[in-house]
Design a protein around this ligand. Structure first.
Ligand code: S3P
Length: 426
């Protein structure tokens, strides 16, 4: 599905409720599948990635019943059963990496496969630590398919070379099945949804800044309400900041501090963003966000900022094109390992629509405020976040932009276009 988008004549106005968080939705199904009993999950993200996780756990013998698209009941004996066929992770890196940690310590063998994009993504980052724990994983030179031979695991202390919640979570999930205390130390704190939910479900887990430890644990089934996804909200936040005369409210946004890097950056840039009605939902902070069109100034993004906004960097690069002065984004080399190489993809496609941007090995430099000419076709490289970033660029372009293969948004936010339409006043 190709989509045409042209510059808006008026600002974005109105309110939307942002759909559920992808990371939390995945974890809700995974952890409920490991817990003995019945867990009710509310406000689940019904998008392709999370549906891959559901399909996979059904294949491992877990009873997952959808009441409707966003509400489901997971009933488990607490034990997984050997799958009948290969386990398909689709496009989802979170599914493949976290599930590897779960399967490494089972008493059966399994094979994890993924789509074309996922089959190119690096898996050594989990194979290395899991192998140190005694896992036996055969891969295609560090890539999927992953053939996992269920093995007896032992604890390790792992100094992760990267701040990655997928790596951390994979090791912690393996650690729940291992003898001893498993510890992961990260260079910077990455998203902590696994830690919060595992604790909520009774795991023996402790956290001390960037060091997390877990011991053998049995999870207790619990009801989980999934918070809204700040990574999805990011596209609407940026749209309101850059389309003149916008003033919108985004409701139910997850505000976990390991995810709110974009809010800090917007405030650093002088953006008009207010948080209203902060509250806690299933152990996660949630609030409503009001955003208005703003005069922005460039800023630097690096180091500990990066894991707190890693998925928002393409749309933050777009935001920087509407800010006075230079924006430098560095220490983000892992963007090259996402659904696409997001550094090269952003630079290539931004240039096609007339944006002046420099490519660094680990980020971008955007010189300052500029007009986006548009008038061309752009590609999304099987990448949902690139598709949405390019659409938002189109909202301020002088000439129409055609975004090819826009259906990739279904990976994380099938409602993107309808939510955008509610904010666009014709
Ligand atoms: C995720 C962690 C991040 C993020 C991804 C989701 C998760 O990946 O980019 O979209 O749910 O744990 P890394 O752990 O590879 O940084």
């Amino acid at each position: 599905m190709d989509v045409l988008v042209s510059g808006l004549k008026r600002g974005l106005r109105g309110e939307i409720t942002i759909p559920a968080d992808k990371s939390i939705s995945h974890r809700s199904v995974m952890f409920a599948s490991l817990a003995k009993g019945k867990s009710r999950i509310s406000n689940f993200l019904y998008a392709s990635d999370c549906r891959s996780t559901v399909g996979l756990f059904k294949n491992l013998g877990v009873d997952i019943e959808f009441i409707d698209e966003h509400n489901l009941i997971v009933t488990s004996s607490g034990m997984l059963t050997p799958p009948n066929n290969n386990l398909d992770c689709g496009n989802s890196g979170t599914t493949m990496r976290l599930v590897s940690g779960i399967l490494a310590g089972q008493n059966f063998n399994s094979v994890l496969v993924g789509d074309e994009s996922l089959s190119k993504r690096p898996m050594k980052r989990i194979i290395t630590p899991l192998s140190q724990m005694g896992a036996v994983i055969d891969s295609n030179d560090g890539r999927a398919p992953l053939k996992i031979q269920g093995s007896k695991l032992h604890a390790i202390e792992y100094n992760s070379p990267i701040a990655s919640a997928q790596v951390k979570s994979s090791i912690l999930l393996a650690g729940m099945n291992a003898d001893g205390v498993t510890t992961v130390i990260e260079p910077y704190v990455s998203r902590n949804h696994s830690e919060l939910m595992l604790k909520y479900m009774g795991a023996n887990i402790s956290v001390d800044k960037n060091k997390v430890s877990i011991e053998k644990s049995e999870l207790i089934a619990k009801d989980i309400v999934v918070a809204g996804d700040i990574s999805s909200a990011a596209f609407f936040i940026v749209a309101a900041l850059i389309v003149p005369d916008s003033d919108i409210i985004i409701r139910n946004v997850g505000l976990n501090e390991t995810r709110t890097g974009i809010i800090d950056v917007v405030q650093r840039m002088g953006g008009n963003l207010e948080i209203l009605d902060e509250r806690i939902v299933s152990g996660e902070k949630v609030g409503d966000i009001r955003v208005r069109y703003s005069d922005l100034k460039g800023c630097n993004v690096s180091g500990a900022d990066v894991p707190r906004l890693i998925d928002e960097l393409p749309v933050i690069a777009l935001l920087a094109t509407q800010a006075d002065g230079e924006t430098r984004i560095t220490d983000a080399g892992d963007l090259r390992n996402k659904e696409a190489d997001r550094i090269t993809a952003v630079v290539t496609e931004f240039r096609k629509i007339g944006i002046d941007i420099d490519e660094l090995s680990d980020g971008f430099v955007i010189g300052g405020k500029q007009t986006i000419n548009g008038g061309s076709e752009v590609e999304v490289y099987h990448d949902h976040r690139l598709a949405m970033t390019l659409y938002v660029a189109g909202l301020i372009a002088k000439n129409e932009i055609k975004v090819n293969e826009f259906q990739w948004v279904n990976i994380s936010l099938p409602e993107f276009l309808s939510l955008m339409e509610t904010l666009i006043i014709l």
